[in-house]
Write a protein that binds this ligand. Structure first.
Ligand code: WT7
Length: 566
């Protein structure tokens, strides 16, 4: 780890100035993420280096150099200004993972707009809620998505421009403007908007656990944290081919799917296609992917397909694996060691944190099932649920909290000052998650506040139960939730998807219950098991336990606009 320094060597005297200096940023000066990811990399002599290797679901590929990124993002920026957009306006990106999505992200930042990336799978209501909340004035979308936009256009008086990069000969309506990125004159020069540290950059809507989706407001200074965490935690190096599975509709897909790799001048691969184990291994082998940032849901699906499939592909290029988004079961870490010869490194963070805050730092011994330790420069603690004072006893569960002030923390929720203020107690930012910290400072995730199961006064975290369930040979995936109970207030109910070749039966039911009772405790043992084909998940792959829980309690299920339904 000599080029990034060991965790121990980085801890003392850590200062974010390390990142500022590497990026050549002077406090008080200009900082524009769009410029940093394109122009600056070209100025460093990497104009002809590949920035993006893109492949679609049919296997068509395209490549773009950093100079292409620079010129095309200039073109987007210029076009947006010309058509009437202005700095500070919210400009929505509503596209599949096509090159225009990635390049428009940078282009909008270059002209000073606030990027609002949304999943292309959203339908009219989900789209409406977010555009309405943000007062979005322009949307860059695709021809095939126009029907969705048209459905709500009349209800959005502030939405003036609908930009369509792949319009072709489609009949466009008033206010729908075609834009061709790759044809016509190159835009060699563009006066990048002189944004400074606190200028708003990205507005990410996060579904949260309750209530309406919230717009998490990031600023250009976030780059300082995103750049350095990419370099140190994802261990990106000059010759890497990096693959991040996440869609930019989700913060992982922007912080580590655009800003992180490109501000480091690293080549990244993008696959505009859904999950398919065979395909994933093939593209990794074909493009010689070296660093892979994935998620537990995907990893569990890969596990389900078995190790034989892994063996059919040459994955020797892989050097570093990382995971984010949900608790990474110990079983998955052990499996990846067997399958790929290296462990997945768990990383923990949120839309609100903008960057990885707790992780298994490269070179630090991995404890399977643990999220690792705080990134240097991040002060993290677990707080007592009642007093909100840091817990000093190793192993005791509390609320994960962070000391505010790191560069990529959100600066607020759009139009929701109260929601933001509510995230702080005693000078700490509350993540809404629970964990314990062991003697060596490793964090062990327990669950989200709302997912914790209270059985007879004992708090049981779903993660522990789900991880134990995964060790049973028949279980592919599971969700443990609370179910109301007259005696114990709540008991554990497990929803289980079985591996191919296993059928639900009363015997299996009993066997699994006993398996958990013996592994964990009678308290953690599910009192009821329901076998399901699949679990409700968000588009970013998170199991929506609260949907299952609400069903058990007969409560309204709340906002499910990010629920994956195809
Ligand atoms: C929530 C954040 C994660 C970045 C993308 C944005 C859960 C995330 C882990 C992990 C256990 C995790 C937490 C967190 N989460 N990473 N490594 N172990 N839980 O994500 O949509 O804002 O969600 O995801 O509950 O609060 P997000």
């Amino acid at each position: 780890m000599s080029h990034i320094g060991s965790y121990e060597s980085r801890l003392p005297n850590f200062n974010w100035a390390i990142s500022e200096e590497e990026l050549g940023y002077t406090p008080g000066g200009k900082i524009n993420i769009g410029w940093y990811c394109t122009d600056r990399i070209c100025e460093m002599g990497k104009a002809q280096k590949k920035a993006l290797i893109w492949e679609d679901y049919q296997g068509n590929t395209k490549t773009y150099t950093f100079d292409d990124l620079r010129v095309y993002s200039n073109k987007v920026a210029q076009f947006m200004l010309k058509t009437g957009s202005q700095p500070g306006q919210r400009i929505c990106l509503f596209m599949d993972r096509i090159p225009e999505l990635y390049i428009s992200f940078l282009g909008v930042l270059k002209m000073g707009g606030i990027v609002q990336p949304l999943f292309s799978a959203f339908r009219d209501e989900s789209l409406f809620t977010r555009l309405n909340n943000a007062g979005t004035t322009a949307i860059i979308t695709q021809k095939k998505l126009l029907p969705v936009v048209r459905k709500i256009r009349d209800q959005l008086p502030e939405l003036k421009y609908v930009i369509v990069p792949d319009a072709g000969d489609a009949a466009l309506r008033e206010g729908e403007i075609p834009f061709v990125m790759e044809e016509g004159p190159r835009v060699e020069r563009f006066d990048v908007y002189p944004s400074t540290a606190e200028t708003p950059s990205v507005l990410h809507y996060t579904s949260g656990t309750t209530g309406q989706p919230k717009g998490a407001q990031h600023v250009h200074y976030s780059l300082i944290a995103q750049y350095l965490t990419t370099k140190w935690v994802l261990d990106l190096r000059e010759d890497d081919i990096y693959w991040c599975n996440a869609d930019p509709g989700w913060v992982t897909g922007t912080s580590y799917g655009i800003i992180g790799p490109w501000s480091n001048g690293v080549t990244q691969f993008v696959l505009d296609s859904g999950f398919n184990a065979e395909r994933w291994y093939s593209v990794m082998a074909k493009h010689r992917v070296t660093v892979w940032y994935s998620a537990p849901t995907a990893i569990r699906l890969l596990m389900k397909e078995g190790i034989e499939l892994v063996r059919k592909h040459d994955l020797s290029s892989l050097r570093h694996l990382a995971s984010v988004g949900e608790p990474l079961n110990a079983e998955a870490v052990i499996w990846s060691q067997e399958a790929f010869g290296k462990p997945f490194h768990d990383t923990y963070w949120q839309t609100e944190t903008g960057c990885i805050v707790v992780s298994n730092y490269p070179g630090m011994p991995v404890k399977p099932g643990s999220m690792g330790k705080p990134f240097p420069g991040i002060t993290a603690a677990v707080l007592d649920v009642k007093t909100h004072e840091p817990i000093t006893v190793p192993g005791k569960v509390g609320l994960i909290a962070l000391k505010p002030g790191w560069p990529s923390m959100i600066r607020g929720y759009w139009n929701n000052a109260k929601g933001y203020a509510n995230k702080f107690r005693n000078g700490w930012y509350l993540t809404g998650d629970r964990s314990s910290i062991d003697k060596e400072g490793y964090f062990w995730f327990v669950g989200r506040d709302d997912d914790v199961i209270n059985t007879g006064g004992h708090l049981v975290g779903p993660f522990e139960i789900e991880s134990a369930l995964l060790e049973h040979p028949a279980v592919a995936e599971s969700a443990a939730v609370a179910k109301p109970d007259r005696v114990n207030m709540e008991v554990v109910k497990a929803f289980i998807a079985l591996k191919p070749g296993f059928e639900p039966s009363d015997d299996l039911d009993l066997e699994i219950m006993n398996f958990i009772r013996k592994k964990l405790s009678p308290l953690a043992m599910p009192q009821e098991i329901e076998f399901v084909k699949s679990l409700p998940k968000t588009r970013s792959g998170k199991i929506m336990r609260r949907v299952l829980r609400a069903q058990e309690f007969g409560e309204p299920i709340g906002d499910i606009s990010t629920l994956e339904n195809d």
